[in-house]
Design a protein around this ligand. Structure first.
Ligand SMILES: *[C@@H]1O[C@H](CO)[C@@H](O)[C@H](O)[C@H]1NC(C)=O
Ligand SMILES: *[C@@H]1O[C@H](CO)[C@@H](O)[C@H](O)[C@H]1NC(C)=O
Ligand SMILES: *[C@@H]1O[C@H](CO)[C@@H](O)[C@H](O)[C@H]1NC(C)=O
Length: 620
């Protein structure tokens, strides 16, 4: 109960003015010993990260809301307001159209939560109101009460009868609408969103409680997003057991059983179909305390990050898991689907809160966010368009390639891929995992320029850093009190040092641990963290002669300009050296020719090499 009031306290404190309507956790959470801050408590400062956020916000604030509502209104027999229908995965004949809109809703909610931006708030509020009207018109559309989607309810008849057209994934789409509504309720306090969400959840419950468990399990063979996650989240907020029962109907036995038994049977599975249900398993653990759920989620995380993940933190090739440790044989143009990493980061932070002294979680988070997601946005697009896959074959390039099957960038109205939707969230919540807290400490998990408003302690902490271009970060405290600052010392950061007000902090600072500075803080106290970087080879699990090169947390790639490559060049490791003291610029010799290397997140507009055949050893 103490934890319950702690969480409730943060929700109240976090959002002045909206406190009365924000829901609080109604079921004490099991197994959690660190907590997220509300988005409104953390803001980014000018940086590469904020540039990404700004570009995505430009799009979110200009995209036509009526066009996004088109399929919902048409399906629920309301006027489409003369709006033009969209193309791509939201075209009126695309099977799971309307799957993306929940992400737009969440993007607006994030924008409002972090910036108090009224355009974003108005858009989110309007969108929810219009969805409510669609749902209220179900009689005319001959849908059961509560149904809400951009395609007809009859798709669910086909799903249950096993006659659904292959490639269609109706619950996957409904899950995303529910997730957007949940965020509008949970983060913005929108009670209309609550009403629409609970009614839609009621429809899911009605629909699924009629099925036998074997019918249900058969149906779960079709991608269903994180239905277990969203329903368990509703249970946590309402304490109504029926939502937990509904959530558990979506526990997918074929996937959960081997994971619970610590068996890696991921080979051949569609990767992003699995990760959301594992996020659900982590949530179900927190909602019930059932250890098996935690085992499933942890084992899946361990298998995925250790045996199925490329150096940049992404997984999957052609959207699928390959045999464990197969890396060098699957370096193609359709590697590392972006959605998977968005979902892995969610799973990572969820698991970390159950084991917050373990740095492996945020070592991975840093790796994947920096090397995969940051650079998956086109820096020359004012609308923050993104690439679906991140090619990792030699000579790959972001932003070119056959339709979504390669690396092409998304567009305003002709794409609406899964990865476009998730990237709207990624780039509007870049602040959500920098800091966490418990009763007596604040955790610093990421080195990102930002300000934390730790209202619970009447303290602000401002973090200034050019990381990862520079290897130091400075945290300045305003306010007073006795608490600990627990700083993640990354596993790669041998020789890290921490000082307080210019003097050695006098605490253990070991790579791969949290350094805890406990003191009576006062305004102006300054903590300086130095995390020395050096060159590292990230060797492919399946081939000791193939590696990516990293400098500290940053994966480097070779710049091959417009040159096509038919095979991996061989990089002489002992030739790799830094060529600048202030920029992350390097060079080396590959196949006898000099090549410039730089951060992979900046490899834009040219052909690159991430994985090399290697000879010799890195120096220093
Ligand atoms: C990004 O947006 C913020 C306001 O939200 C603004 O202060 C900042 O200057 C913008 N940065 C760029 C590069 O446009
Ligand atoms: C669920 O089914 C019950 C009984 O058939 C019905 O009364 C109720 O309105 C339904 N609820 C929803 C949200 O569909
Ligand atoms: C991969 O992408 C590169 C860069 O666009 C292209 O030159 C190459 O032909 C692609 N390879 C395959 C197998 O499609």
């Amino acid at each position: 109960m103490r934890l319950k009031s702690l969480i409730a306290g943060y929700l109240m404190a976090a959002s002045p003015g909206a406190a009365q309507t924000l829901p609080t956790i109604a079921v004490p959470e099991s197994g959690t010993s660190a907590y997220e801050f509300a988005l409104s408590q953390v803001s980014l400062s000018n940086s590469r990260w904020m540039d990404n956020q700004n570009r995505t916000l430009n799009y979110l604030k200009s995209v036509s809301v009526d066009r996004l509502l088109y399929n919902f209104r048409a399906t629920h027999k309301l006027s489409t307001n003369g709006a033009q229908p969209n193309g791509g995965w939201d075209a009126p004949d695309f099977p799971f159209r309307s799957h993306a809109q929940g992400h737009y809703l969440t993007g607006w909610v994030h924008c409002y939560a972090t910036l108090r931006d009224s355009t974003c708030k108005d858009r989110a509020t309007y969108f929810v109101q219009e969805l409510a009207k669609c749902q209220a018109n179900n009689g005319a559309a001959q849908f059961a009460a509560g149904y809400l989607s951009g395609f007809p309810e009859s798709e669910f008849n086909s799903l249950e009868a096993g006659t659904l057209k292959s490639g269609n994934v109706p619950y996957y789409a409904v899950h995303k609408t529910m997730a957007g509504l949940l965020d509008a309720w949970r983060i913005m306090g929108d009670t209309k969103a609550r009403e629409v969400l609970l009614s839609l959840a009621g429809w899911v419950d009605n629909r699924t409680k009629k099925l036998s468990s074997s019918q249900m399990q058969t149906m779960l063979g079709t991608e269903f997003g994180g239905m277990n996650d969203i329903l368990a989240a509703i249970y946590q907020l309402t304490a109504d057991k029926k939502w937990l029962t509904a959530a558990q109907r979506f526990d997918h036995t074929n996937v959960f059983d081997p994971l619970a038994a610590k068996q890696d049977k991921l080979n051949g599975l569609h990767a992003n179909t699995q990760i959301p249900k594992l996020i659900g398993a982590a949530r179900e653990y927190k909602a019930t305390g059932t250890q098996r759920y935690l085992d499933i989620a942890r084992n899946a995380w361990d298998f995925t990050t250790s045996a199925h993940t490329y150096a940049i933190g992404g997984n999957s090739q052609a959207e699928h898991f390959r045999p464990p440790n197969q890396i060098s044989n699957f370096l193609t143009n359709d590697t590392a689907e972006q959605c998977n990493t968005y979902n892995m980061l969610k799973l990572t932070r969820d698991l970390w809160t159950t084991d917050p002294s373990n740095t492996k979680y945020f070592d991975y988070y840093e790796r994947a966010l920096t090397n995969h997601l940051l650079g998956a946005q086109d820096p020359s697009s004012n609308h923050g368009h993104i690439t679906y896959f991140t090619p990792l074959g030699a000579g790959g390039r972001r932003g070119v390639g056959p339709a979504w099957g390669g690396g092409t960038w998304s567009t305003d109205y002709e794409s609406f891929w899964c990865c476009q939707g998730t990237a709207l969230e990624t780039n509007t919540k870049l602040m959500d995992s920098i800091y966490f807290y418990d009763e007596a400490a604040v955790y610093v998990n990421l080195f990102t320029p930002s300000t934390l408003d730790w209202t619970q302690h009447g303290v602000t902490i401002r973090q200034a850093t050019a990381f990862p271009v520079a290897d130091t970060s400075t945290l300045t405290v305003t306010g007073a009190g006795t608490w600990a600052m627990k700083i993640r010392v990354p596993g790669w950061a041998e020789g890290a040092r921490i000082s307080v007000n210019g003097a050695d902090a006098g605490v253990d600072v070991k790579a791969g641990s949290y350094a805890a500075i406990e003191r009576d803080w006062k305004t102006g106290d300054t903590v300086t963290v130095k995390v020395p970087m050096k060159l590292r080879a990230v060797v492919a699990n399946d081939n000791a002669g193939v590696a990516a090169i990293a400098y500290g947390p940053v994966v480097l790639s070779g710049n091959y300009g417009q040159q096509g490559l038919s095979a991996m060049p061989t990089l002489a490791l002992d030739t790799v050296k830094r060529t600048s003291t202030d920029a992350l610029a390097f060079e080396g010799t590959a196949d006898g020719k000099k090549v410039a290397l730089g951060p992979f997140y900046d490899a834009q507009g040219f052909n690159y090499v991430v994985y090399w055949k290697t000879s010799g050893q890195l120096k220093g």
